[in-house]
Design a protein around this ligand. Sequence first.
Ligand code: FPP
Length: 224
Amino acid sequence: MNPLNHVAIIMDGNGRWGLKNKNSRNAGHREGLNTVEKIIKETIKNKIKFLTLYAFSTENWKRPKKEIQFLFNLLESFLKDKIEDLNKQKIRLKIIGKKNFSTKLNSLLIKSEKKTFRNKRLQINLALNYGSKTELINAFKELRDNKEKINEKNLNKYLETRNLPDPDFLIRTGNTNRLSNFLLWQLAYSEIFFEKKLWPDFNEKDYNKIIKKYKSIKRNFGNI
Ligand code: FPP
């Protein structure tokens, strides 16, 4: 059985779900947040140590201002309501991506990271304003500026995911088969599961089915 330490998820399909069911994309984002909570619980039950969630990409800035504002408000109230509880459950929250939001949101993110810094049960990496190409370019610039040898070990030191194992598998919901600039380096050998369901419809049963499938796959890493 394959060991399982790190799950990465592209939570796609909120907008479509919202339009279809409530005639509002934002309603889909709100519903998507319920799925996030369900999946966090199930991740803990499965004793998985790292969960990386793609919440806002560098490309998502192209969306209408109102939708962007709704997403950030949702995140803000989520953190205000839940950070105590996450902390009690020994969950660490880490943001990956550049924190260039409002001063208020930036400081709430930093406060949440600091509060949960020591927790070891589960680390949630929330990718916000994250883009893999920018991450890689910045890492190569660091290597150049510090005159370090270019190799995997040194590059890893400058990635947002430094000190984390690579994801064992990636789930992308929403019936779209692409990586959308997410963890391009880190996913090099990960198993990938494209799921037809939209993120708000994805549930514990679907998640556990994927975990079971992953555990049974023969992973060769280039060997035979
Ligand atoms: C992609 O669906 C989803 C996002 C860009 C945002 C993800 C946000 C959440 C799951 C809820 C909020 C989470 C936190 C932690 C506050 P989409 O809008 O691209 O869907 P579409 O492809 O149907 O348009």
